[in-house]
Design a protein around this ligand. Structure first.
Ligand SMILES: O=P(O)(O)OC[C@H]1O[C@](O)(CO)[C@@H](O)[C@@H]1O
Length: 263
């Protein structure tokens, strides 16, 4: 079972998650990060960048792999996940673009892009710590409901709900791509540590299903239950539908402990 930490707001979640990432990077300066996009990880990335600056952490050997990419969106497009990761992670953390990889969403022989990406992750020694958001329909990465629990990086169609959710990043719903390339649930489960975050009432149903429902491809986020080393950091609105929130609230103490970690 994942450790569940309920926090007051996304800022606090970001500082708790950044502490976990810092511990990992300090223990292993050649850490391979698994990187999510979307709005959820933003407070973690900015808190981590602040910690890295303030403690002059050497990140020259850190590597990174993004979870997913839109299909057919060129890397230089401002909403490609390559661009988003460059803005939100590479620049603030002081990494070079060569340290971080995103799945290829364009180019020749696109059907091979998933297998290529899997090979790149394997060659890098696997992902040490993966940050995850969860979609309002329970998706993680772009593994929409119905994705195989053993799936690897591949091309997928985006659910209509996900396209609507992500329309805010594009001019209109019509401009949101229909397909993506995403790490699979099997790829995600191979990461050595998972940190899943969720904020707001729109995520409450997905969070409850993922943490307390059956492990099922109907709720891709439920794979978190199968991981031996997973932490879930959620605000009170996202925790609102959990049946066992008293137990999880108890975990609030560990948020205090994590914040007190002295680097
Ligand atoms: O964080 P958001 O924008 O709510 O999106 C939920 C999740 O969906 C994805 O954007 C799909 O890639 C995740 O990376 C993200 O965390």
């Amino acid at each position: 079972m994942a450790e569940v930490i309920i926090v007051r707001d996304p800022i606090e979640a970001g500082s708790v998650a950044a502490s976990i990432f810092m511990q990992q990077i300090i223990a292993n300066p050649a850490t391979v990060l698994g990187l999510a996009t979307g709005s959820t990880p933003l407070t973690t990335y900015s808190a981590l960048a602040k910690e890295v600056r303030e403690h002059s952490i050497d990140v020259s050997r850190v590597g990174g792999f993004a979870l997913d990419e839109y299909l057919g969106v060129p890397p230089e497009h401002p909403e490609s996940y390559r661009s988003v990761i460059a803005r939100e992670v590479v620049e603030p953390l002081g990494l070079t673009p060569e340290q971080v990889f995103t799945p290829r969403g364009t180019g020749p022989d696109i059907a091979r892009a998933g297998a290529e990406y899997e090979a790149m992750i394997t060659d890098a020694g696997g992902i040490d710590i993966q940050i995850l958001g969860i979609g309002s329909n329970g998706h993680v990465g772009f593994n929409e409901p119905g994705s195989s629990l053993a799936s690897i990086t591949r091309i997928k169609a985006l659910a209509e709900q996900t396209r609507r959710d992500n329309a805010r990043f594009f001019g209109s719903l019509e401009e949101v791509p229909t397909h993506c390339i995403t790490q699979g649930l099997g790829t995600i489960l191979r990461a050595r540590q998972l940190v899943l975050l969720a904020f707001g009432s729109s995520k409450a149903k997905a969070v409850a299903a993922a943490l307390e429902g059956p492990v099922s491809s109907a709720v891709p986020g439920s794979v978190i239950q199968q991981h031996p080393r997973a932490t879930v950091i959620i605000d009170e609105d996202a925790a609102a539908r959990l049946a066992h929130s008293e137990y999880y609230r108890h975990a609030w103490q560990s948020a205090q402990d994590l914040r007190a970690v002295d680097f």
